[in-house]
Design a protein around this ligand. Structure first.
Ligand SMILES: Nc1ncnc2c1ncn2[C@@H]1O[C@H](COP(=O)(O)OP(=O)(O)OP(=O)(O)O)[C@@H](O)[C@H]1O
Length: 237
């Protein structure tokens, strides 16, 4: 669902980024319209994670602009981005391994929600987390850890949710369960930017898809357009 009258929640214009002397993003343009799901697709090393880190304030652009809801926030820190409601679930689980489930929810609640509210929505969606509320997050299965990571987004009403390779290391059934939750959040109108290597999983959820290759956003289009492009590329058709 898009809200044409609202400015995009996130906008990158001509963003470059580097690690040391090596530039890895070479002028990325990307728009996340309010209330929509944008999928970043592309092979390993294409720059998907770095693009997400620009939005979450973990990497500073060396050139170009970042805007949130029409406001220029280029150079924002990760703490400032979190304060503006950027909820980032990084690749490889965004949980504190040596804290319990409840402690993780408490940390995630921050100033945007109470622990009670966080627990209520998390346990309603994932009853397994309730049974394990005093267990150390690091001792849970990958799927349970990802449920906990996603609970941050369920409880804090994020302005934008960043999901990096939610499927990584998970069994296909668990991946489907996770993306059902993401679809539910999208239906509630949460703006979502997600990165996946496996296009097939996320294209059905997306309003827009962006294909990244070698630090360039080579194509932006509807999921159907991008799907066709991918099958042509992979099948040589
Ligand atoms: N901390 C870092 N230091 C140096 N180079 C990095 C760092 N993080 C990423 N890179 C490099 O930046 C480029 C883009 O990586 P990035 O992780 O953004 O790609 P990606 O599309 O998310 O890949 P993947 O699907 O493998 O996660 C790669 O060449 C990678 O080696």
């Amino acid at each position: 669902m898009t809200t044409p009258e609202a400015p995009p929640v996130v906008e990158l214009r001509g963003v470059h980024a580097a690690y040391g002397d090596i530039e890895v993003l070479h002028g990325i343009d990307l728009t996340v319209p309010a209330g929509s799901v944008v999928a970043l697709l592309g092979p390993n090393g294409a720059g998907k994670t770095t693009t997400m880190k620009i939005v979450s304030g973990l990497v500073r652009p060396t050139a170009g602009h970042l805007r949130f809801s029409g406001r220029d926030v280029t150079g924002i820190t990760a703490v400032e981005a979190a304060g503006l409601g950027v909820c980032s679930i990084p690749e490889g689980r965004g949980v504190f391994a040596n804290l319990t489930v409840r402690e993780n929810l408490w940390v995630s609640a921050g100033e945007r929600a109470s622990l009670e509210d966080m627990e209520e929505v998390a346990y309603a969606r994932f009853p397994r987390l309730k049974e394990r509320r005093d267990q150390l997050a690091g001792s849970m299965s990958g799927g349970e850890q990802q449920m906990l990571a996603l609970s941050r987004a369920l409880g804090t009403n994020p302005a934008v949710l960043l999901l990096d390779e939610l499927s990584m290391g998970l069994a296909p059934m668990v991946v489907s369960e996770m993306y059902e939750v993401v679809a539910g959040l999208a239906a509630e109108g949460v703006s979502i930017l997600l990165a996946e290597q496996f296009a097939r999983i996320v294209l059905p959820l997306a309003d827009l898809a962006v294909l990244m290759v070698n630090g360039h956003a080579v194509r932006t289009g509807s999921p159907a357009e991008i799907e066709e492009e991918l099958s042509t590329a992979y099948l040589g058709g």
